[in-house]
Design a protein around this ligand. Structure first.
Ligand code: TXA
Ligand code: MG
Length: 304
Protein backbone atom coordinates (compact mmCIF):
# COMPACT_ATOMS: atom_id res chain seq x y z
CA UNK A 1 0.00 0.00 0.00
CA UNK A 2 1.28 3.43 -0.92
CA UNK A 3 0.44 5.98 1.77
CA UNK A 4 1.06 9.63 2.62
CA UNK A 5 3.41 10.83 5.33
CA UNK A 6 4.35 14.38 6.28
CA UNK A 7 7.73 13.99 4.56
CA UNK A 8 7.01 12.10 1.30
CA UNK A 9 4.74 9.24 0.23
CA UNK A 10 5.85 5.76 1.26
CA UNK A 11 5.39 2.34 -0.33
CA UNK A 12 4.44 0.10 2.57
CA UNK A 13 4.32 -3.59 3.37
CA UNK A 14 4.03 -5.70 6.53
CA UNK A 15 7.57 -5.46 7.91
CA UNK A 16 7.48 -9.09 9.10
CA UNK A 17 6.29 -10.55 5.78
CA UNK A 18 9.16 -11.40 3.46
CA UNK A 19 7.04 -11.78 0.32
CA UNK A 20 5.28 -8.46 0.87
CA UNK A 21 8.62 -6.73 1.48
CA UNK A 22 10.11 -8.36 -1.62
CA UNK A 23 7.39 -6.70 -3.70
CA UNK A 24 8.54 -3.28 -2.52
CA UNK A 25 11.92 -3.96 -4.12
CA UNK A 26 10.30 -5.17 -7.35
CA UNK A 27 7.92 -2.22 -7.63
CA UNK A 28 10.66 0.33 -6.86
CA UNK A 29 13.27 -1.38 -8.99
CA UNK A 30 15.53 -1.10 -5.93
CA UNK A 31 18.57 -3.38 -5.63
CA UNK A 32 18.13 -5.81 -2.74
CA UNK A 33 20.16 -5.26 0.39
CA UNK A 34 19.15 -1.63 0.86
CA UNK A 35 17.63 -1.34 4.34
CA UNK A 36 14.06 -0.15 4.85
CA UNK A 37 12.59 2.11 7.53
CA UNK A 38 9.95 0.46 9.74
CA UNK A 39 7.02 2.77 10.56
CA UNK A 40 5.22 2.25 13.86
CA UNK A 41 2.07 3.76 15.43
CA UNK A 42 3.32 4.60 18.92
CA UNK A 43 6.40 4.75 21.10
CA UNK A 44 5.08 1.76 23.08
CA UNK A 45 5.86 -0.43 20.05
CA UNK A 46 9.50 0.65 19.95
CA UNK A 47 10.73 -2.11 22.26
CA UNK A 48 9.36 -4.77 19.91
CA UNK A 49 11.77 -3.58 17.22
CA UNK A 50 14.75 -2.14 19.07
CA UNK A 51 16.81 -3.01 22.13
CA UNK A 52 19.66 -1.44 24.12
CA UNK A 53 18.21 1.94 23.21
CA UNK A 54 20.53 4.71 24.39
CA UNK A 55 19.06 7.37 26.67
CA UNK A 56 19.66 10.10 24.09
CA UNK A 57 17.56 8.16 21.55
CA UNK A 58 14.68 7.89 24.02
CA UNK A 59 14.87 11.65 24.53
CA UNK A 60 14.79 12.24 20.77
CA UNK A 61 11.87 9.84 20.29
CA UNK A 62 9.84 11.48 23.07
CA UNK A 63 10.58 14.95 21.76
CA UNK A 64 10.28 14.58 17.98
CA UNK A 65 7.86 11.66 17.38
CA UNK A 66 5.49 11.61 15.65
CA UNK A 67 7.63 13.56 13.21
CA UNK A 68 10.12 13.67 10.33
CA UNK A 69 12.87 11.76 12.15
CA UNK A 70 14.15 8.18 11.73
CA UNK A 71 16.27 6.57 14.44
CA UNK A 72 18.70 3.74 13.59
CA UNK A 73 18.77 1.43 16.62
CA UNK A 74 20.10 -2.02 17.58
CA UNK A 75 17.41 -4.47 16.46
CA UNK A 76 15.49 -7.22 18.26
CA UNK A 77 14.98 -10.77 17.00
CA UNK A 78 11.69 -10.02 15.22
CA UNK A 79 13.55 -7.80 12.78
CA UNK A 80 14.68 -9.90 9.87
CA UNK A 81 17.62 -9.44 7.53
CA UNK A 82 15.29 -8.68 4.61
CA UNK A 83 14.40 -5.36 6.32
CA UNK A 84 17.87 -4.32 7.44
CA UNK A 85 20.09 -5.45 4.59
CA UNK A 86 21.39 -8.09 7.04
CA UNK A 87 22.65 -5.51 9.51
CA UNK A 88 22.09 -5.76 13.25
CA UNK A 89 20.30 -2.41 13.42
CA UNK A 90 16.98 -1.09 12.15
CA UNK A 91 15.56 2.31 11.16
CA UNK A 92 12.32 3.26 12.96
CA UNK A 93 9.95 6.20 12.53
CA UNK A 94 6.53 7.38 13.74
CA UNK A 95 5.23 9.66 10.98
CA UNK A 96 3.16 12.76 11.74
CA UNK A 97 0.30 12.43 9.30
CA UNK A 98 -3.26 11.61 10.28
CA UNK A 99 -3.75 9.12 7.41
CA UNK A 100 -0.43 7.36 8.09
CA UNK A 101 -1.15 7.16 11.81
CA UNK A 102 -4.68 5.86 11.20
CA UNK A 103 -3.25 3.18 8.89
CA UNK A 104 -0.55 2.20 11.39
CA UNK A 105 -3.02 2.07 14.29
CA UNK A 106 -5.48 -0.05 12.33
CA UNK A 107 -2.64 -2.36 11.29
CA UNK A 108 -1.68 -2.71 14.96
CA UNK A 109 -5.30 -3.48 15.94
CA UNK A 110 -5.28 -6.27 13.34
CA UNK A 111 -2.14 -7.74 14.90
CA UNK A 112 0.49 -6.05 12.74
CA UNK A 113 3.78 -4.87 14.24
CA UNK A 114 5.03 -2.29 11.78
CA UNK A 115 5.04 -1.18 8.16
CA UNK A 116 8.29 -1.15 6.20
CA UNK A 117 8.26 1.68 3.70
CA UNK A 118 10.77 3.41 1.46
CA UNK A 119 9.76 6.50 -0.49
CA UNK A 120 7.26 5.46 -3.20
CA UNK A 121 9.42 6.42 -6.18
CA UNK A 122 11.36 4.31 -8.65
CA UNK A 123 14.93 3.74 -7.46
CA UNK A 124 17.11 6.87 -7.75
CA UNK A 125 14.20 9.12 -8.73
CA UNK A 126 12.44 12.01 -7.05
CA UNK A 127 10.33 11.10 -4.00
CA UNK A 128 6.57 11.59 -4.46
CA UNK A 129 4.86 14.28 -2.39
CA UNK A 130 1.30 13.63 -3.62
CA UNK A 131 -0.85 10.68 -4.64
CA UNK A 132 -0.62 11.81 -8.28
CA UNK A 133 3.18 11.68 -8.08
CA UNK A 134 2.95 8.08 -6.82
CA UNK A 135 0.88 7.18 -9.89
CA UNK A 136 3.48 8.78 -12.16
CA UNK A 137 6.28 6.83 -10.43
CA UNK A 138 4.84 3.36 -9.90
CA UNK A 139 1.25 3.43 -11.19
CA UNK A 140 2.07 0.93 -13.94
CA UNK A 141 3.42 -1.55 -11.35
CA UNK A 142 0.38 -1.60 -9.09
CA UNK A 143 -1.79 -4.71 -9.14
CA UNK A 144 -5.49 -5.23 -8.46
CA UNK A 145 -5.22 -5.51 -4.67
CA UNK A 146 -2.55 -2.88 -4.15
CA UNK A 147 -3.81 0.34 -2.65
CA UNK A 148 -2.91 4.01 -2.73
CA UNK A 149 -4.15 6.25 0.09
CA UNK A 150 -4.54 9.90 -0.92
CA UNK A 151 -3.67 12.19 1.98
CA UNK A 152 -3.04 15.39 0.04
CA UNK A 153 0.33 17.06 -0.39
CA UNK A 154 3.14 16.12 2.02
CA UNK A 155 3.74 19.17 4.20
CA UNK A 156 7.49 18.76 4.82
CA UNK A 157 8.28 17.71 1.25
CA UNK A 158 11.67 16.05 1.78
CA UNK A 159 12.62 12.79 3.51
CA UNK A 160 13.10 12.41 7.27
CA UNK A 161 16.25 13.23 9.21
CA UNK A 162 18.07 9.93 9.85
CA UNK A 163 20.04 9.65 13.09
CA UNK A 164 22.35 6.72 13.81
CA UNK A 165 21.74 5.83 17.49
CA UNK A 166 23.90 2.71 17.57
CA UNK A 167 27.04 4.52 18.81
CA UNK A 168 27.95 6.36 21.97
CA UNK A 169 27.06 9.65 20.28
CA UNK A 170 24.19 10.30 17.86
CA UNK A 171 25.23 10.86 14.23
CA UNK A 172 23.10 12.58 11.59
CA UNK A 173 23.22 10.36 8.48
CA UNK A 174 20.67 12.26 6.38
CA UNK A 175 19.68 15.86 7.15
CA UNK A 176 15.98 16.73 7.19
CA UNK A 177 13.39 18.98 8.77
CA UNK A 178 14.56 18.04 12.27
CA UNK A 179 17.82 19.99 12.12
CA UNK A 180 21.08 19.60 14.02
CA UNK A 181 20.26 22.80 15.86
CA UNK A 182 16.89 21.44 17.00
CA UNK A 183 18.52 18.19 18.14
CA UNK A 184 21.24 20.02 20.04
CA UNK A 185 18.58 21.93 21.97
CA UNK A 186 17.18 18.62 23.27
CA UNK A 187 20.43 16.70 23.95
CA UNK A 188 23.39 17.43 26.19
CA UNK A 189 25.50 14.71 24.49
CA UNK A 190 27.59 15.77 21.46
CA UNK A 191 25.94 15.31 18.06
CA UNK A 192 28.14 14.18 15.15
CA UNK A 193 27.78 14.48 11.39
CA UNK A 194 27.94 11.43 9.16
CA UNK A 195 26.61 10.49 5.77
CA UNK A 196 24.30 7.79 4.59
CA UNK A 197 26.87 6.35 2.20
CA UNK A 198 29.91 6.60 4.43
CA UNK A 199 30.77 4.79 7.64
CA UNK A 200 29.98 1.18 8.33
CA UNK A 201 26.23 1.32 7.78
CA UNK A 202 24.99 -0.16 4.54
CA UNK A 203 23.05 2.28 2.38
CA UNK A 204 22.83 3.35 -1.26
CA UNK A 205 26.31 3.76 -2.74
CA UNK A 206 28.29 6.93 -3.01
CA UNK A 207 28.37 7.11 -6.77
CA UNK A 208 24.67 6.67 -7.39
CA UNK A 209 22.59 9.71 -8.10
CA UNK A 210 19.46 10.09 -6.02
CA UNK A 211 16.40 12.27 -5.88
CA UNK A 212 17.01 12.93 -9.59
CA UNK A 213 14.53 14.05 -12.25
CA UNK A 214 15.13 13.26 -15.95
CA UNK A 215 16.31 16.84 -16.44
CA UNK A 216 19.90 17.64 -15.56
CA UNK A 217 20.13 19.71 -12.40
CA UNK A 218 22.72 22.50 -12.19
CA UNK A 219 23.59 24.47 -9.09
CA UNK A 220 25.88 26.88 -10.94
CA UNK A 221 26.90 27.80 -14.47
CA UNK A 222 25.22 29.73 -17.26
CA UNK A 223 21.61 29.38 -18.14
CA UNK A 224 20.24 29.08 -21.70
CA UNK A 225 16.79 30.21 -22.88
CA UNK A 226 14.27 27.46 -22.19
CA UNK A 227 16.11 26.13 -19.14
CA UNK A 228 14.13 25.69 -15.93
CA UNK A 229 14.77 27.93 -12.94
CA UNK A 230 14.02 27.35 -9.25
CA UNK A 231 14.94 29.89 -6.60
CA UNK A 232 13.65 31.76 -3.59
CA UNK A 233 10.98 34.37 -4.47
CA UNK A 234 13.31 37.37 -4.19
CA UNK A 235 15.62 36.04 -6.96
CA UNK A 236 14.70 37.50 -10.34
CA UNK A 237 14.10 35.00 -13.17
CA UNK A 238 16.96 35.24 -15.71
CA UNK A 239 15.90 36.28 -19.22
CA UNK A 240 14.51 33.37 -21.22
CA UNK A 241 14.34 30.96 -18.27
CA UNK A 242 11.18 29.07 -17.33
CA UNK A 243 10.38 29.75 -13.69
CA UNK A 244 9.32 26.47 -12.03
CA UNK A 245 8.92 27.65 -8.44
CA UNK A 246 9.29 30.77 -6.27
CA UNK A 247 9.17 29.64 -2.63
CA UNK A 248 8.96 32.49 -0.12
CA UNK A 249 11.16 30.82 2.50
CA UNK A 250 13.20 27.67 3.12
CA UNK A 251 10.29 25.69 4.57
CA UNK A 252 8.28 26.31 1.42
CA UNK A 253 11.39 25.55 -0.67
CA UNK A 254 11.44 22.03 0.82
CA UNK A 255 7.69 21.64 0.31
CA UNK A 256 7.75 22.44 -3.39
CA UNK A 257 11.23 21.32 -4.54
CA UNK A 258 10.28 17.84 -5.74
CA UNK A 259 7.07 19.09 -7.36
CA UNK A 260 9.09 21.71 -9.24
CA UNK A 261 11.59 19.09 -10.47
CA UNK A 262 8.67 16.94 -11.64
CA UNK A 263 7.21 19.95 -13.43
CA UNK A 264 10.48 20.28 -15.35
CA UNK A 265 10.10 16.70 -16.56
CA UNK A 266 6.45 17.09 -17.52
CA UNK A 267 7.39 20.22 -19.53
CA UNK A 268 10.23 18.19 -21.12
CA UNK A 269 12.78 20.73 -19.90
CA UNK A 270 16.30 19.33 -20.30
CA UNK A 271 18.23 21.47 -17.80
CA UNK A 272 17.14 23.02 -14.53
CA UNK A 273 19.10 25.63 -12.60
CA UNK A 274 18.50 25.81 -8.90
CA UNK A 275 19.80 28.58 -6.67
CA UNK A 276 20.32 26.56 -3.49
CA UNK A 277 18.80 28.18 -0.40
CA UNK A 278 21.06 29.76 2.22
CA UNK A 279 20.99 29.06 5.92
CA UNK A 280 21.48 26.37 8.54
CA UNK A 281 17.83 25.35 8.95
CA UNK A 282 16.04 22.95 6.57
CA UNK A 283 18.23 24.56 3.87
CA UNK A 284 20.98 22.08 4.87
CA UNK A 285 18.72 19.18 3.87
CA UNK A 286 17.65 20.90 0.64
CA UNK A 287 21.29 21.46 -0.34
CA UNK A 288 22.03 17.79 0.46
CA UNK A 289 19.27 16.60 -1.93
CA UNK A 290 20.26 19.10 -4.62
CA UNK A 291 23.87 17.97 -4.52
CA UNK A 292 22.78 14.34 -4.85
CA UNK A 293 20.55 14.99 -7.84
CA UNK A 294 23.22 17.16 -9.46
CA UNK A 295 25.70 14.23 -9.24
CA UNK A 296 23.85 12.69 -12.20
CA UNK A 297 25.32 15.33 -14.52
CA UNK A 298 28.84 14.37 -13.45
CA UNK A 299 28.12 10.66 -13.91
CA UNK A 300 26.81 11.34 -17.43
CA UNK A 301 29.97 13.30 -18.24
CA UNK A 302 32.10 10.38 -17.03
CA UNK A 303 30.27 7.87 -19.18
CA UNK A 304 30.10 10.02 -22.34
O1 TXA B 1 10.79 10.37 5.24
C1 TXA B 1 11.19 9.23 5.06
O2 TXA B 1 12.13 8.74 5.70
C2 TXA B 1 10.44 8.39 4.02
C3 TXA B 1 9.02 8.14 4.52
C4 TXA B 1 8.23 7.24 3.61
O3 TXA B 1 9.06 7.64 5.82
N1 TXA B 1 11.14 7.16 3.80
C5 TXA B 1 12.32 7.11 3.13
O4 TXA B 1 12.78 5.81 2.94
O5 TXA B 1 12.90 8.09 2.72
P1 TXA B 1 13.91 5.45 1.86
O6 TXA B 1 14.06 3.98 1.92
O7 TXA B 1 13.55 6.04 0.55
O8 TXA B 1 15.19 6.13 2.44
C6 TXA B 1 15.69 5.65 3.66
C7 TXA B 1 17.18 5.70 3.68
C8 TXA B 1 17.82 4.78 2.65
O9 TXA B 1 18.93 5.44 2.10
C9 TXA B 1 18.24 3.59 3.47
O10 TXA B 1 19.35 2.95 2.92
C10 TXA B 1 18.55 4.22 4.81
O11 TXA B 1 17.59 5.23 4.94
N2 TXA B 1 18.35 3.27 5.91
C11 TXA B 1 17.22 2.65 6.27
N3 TXA B 1 17.44 1.78 7.28
C12 TXA B 1 18.75 1.88 7.57
C13 TXA B 1 19.61 1.23 8.49
N4 TXA B 1 19.18 0.31 9.34
N5 TXA B 1 20.90 1.58 8.50
C14 TXA B 1 21.37 2.52 7.64
N6 TXA B 1 20.62 3.17 6.73
C15 TXA B 1 19.33 2.85 6.70
MG1 MG C 1 13.96 7.12 -1.06
Amino acid sequence: MAFPTETVYGLGADATNQDAVARIYTVKGRPSGHPLIVHIASIEQLNKWAKNIPEYAIKLANFFWPGPMTLILPRTEIVKGFITGDQDNVGIRIPEHSVALALLKEFEVQGGLGIAAPSANRFGKVSPTSADDVIVEIGDQLLEFDQLLDGGTSQVGIESTIIDCTKENPIILRPGAITAEMIKRVLTIELKQGSISGGDLKAPGLLESHYAPNAKVFLSGSLKPGDGFIAIESQVTPAGAIRLASPKDNIEFAQILYKALRLADSKKIKSVFVIAPQGEDIAIAIRDRLQKCAIKNKLKEFSS
